[in-house]
Unconditional design. Structure first.
Length: 275
């Protein structure tokens, strides 16, 4: 059975490591650093061995300029679109990214795109958040024919809290009642635009106001889109509440991401915290 390739949960390959990405697929293999040490493993990227490439990014501009290169592969796009420069200082302006969303839908089809409004972040004792761009993004996504949105609430790792404090941001983890209120409002907004809300790794809100369990890498959907089966078993390498099916990730936590998002769980550029 062919392999699902994740590119990548660990860093933004399409935005900042595109040359490495191109060279890896050109050579038919990726040499990948293991998450917790400098050991490596090799992943076969030959077209006849890859079922689908799932790209994760906040900026697909380079890939869009080079679209024809990927004609030998099936692609699926996880496009993270929030609007909060305070938390995402090096991400392109939202207007540019919305144009990218339209271009992706026009080139590969809206059924191959999942919009990620992710994560939802609160700070300053819960008085501030990054929810303001939701309706604008939803309106654009719906106009492109995109009908799914994945969201989650920020996971408060110790290193993200420490990073925030160094930068003058006091992250806040709201109580469940507040999360339910926010998730309910978000769900109603999305459904107003015909978009199905799906939550990643917050099982306590699944089922509220029509919120579904997210499957960011969804073997069932990708099998249907391809007309060819892929592995649909649960990915046991992810968190227990993750709904993803099995894939092989070719990114590395050692690749520091220049987006430098303040809430990042991986390795943003300039972060002194070590994984």
């Amino acid at each position: 059975m062919k392999t699902l390739i994740s590119a990548s949960r660990r860093t933004d390959l399409p935005a900042h490591f595109y040359d490495w990405l191109v060279e890896s697929f050109r050579s038919g293999k990726a040499i990948v650093s293991r998450p917790y040490n400098r050991g490596t493993y090799e992943v076969n990227l030959a077209p006849d061995e890859v079922h689908t490439i799932v790209f994760w990014s906040k900026d697909f501009s380079r890939l869009l300029r080079d679209a024809n290169r990927w004609d030998r592969y099936r692609l699926f796009f996880q496009f993270t679109l929030n609007d909060c420069p305070i938390l995402e200082p090096n991400v392109p302006p939202l207007t540019q990214r919305l144009e990218q969303l339209k271009a992706l839908a026009g080139r590969w089809g809206p059924e191959r795109i999942s919009w990620r409004f992710d994560p939802i972040v609160f700070w300053d004792n819960g008085q501030r958040n990054n929810l303001s761009g939701l309706e604008r993004i939803a309106e654009t996504a719906a106009s492109c024919g995109i009908n799914r949105c994945t969201f989650s609430f920020m996971t408060h790792y110790s290193k993200t809290r420490s990073r925030g404090q160094r930068l003058g941001i006091e992250f806040h983890d709201p109580p469940l009642e507040r999360k339910i209120e926010v998730a309910s409002n978000l769900s109603r907004t999305l459904q107003k635009f015909g978009i199905t809300p799906a939550n990643c790794c917050n099982p306590e809100i699944i089922g509220i106001e029509g919120i579904q369990q997210a499957h960011c890498i969804d073997g069932v959907l990708l099998s249907q889109l391809a007309g060819e089966p892929c592995d649909e078993r649960k990915d046991t390498g992810q968190r227990g509440s993750c709904g993803c099916t099995r894939s092989v990730d070719i990114g590395s936590y050692w690749m520091e991401c220049p987006h430098a998002c303040r809430y990042c769980y991986a390795r943003p550029a300039g972060d002194s915290a070590q994984r």
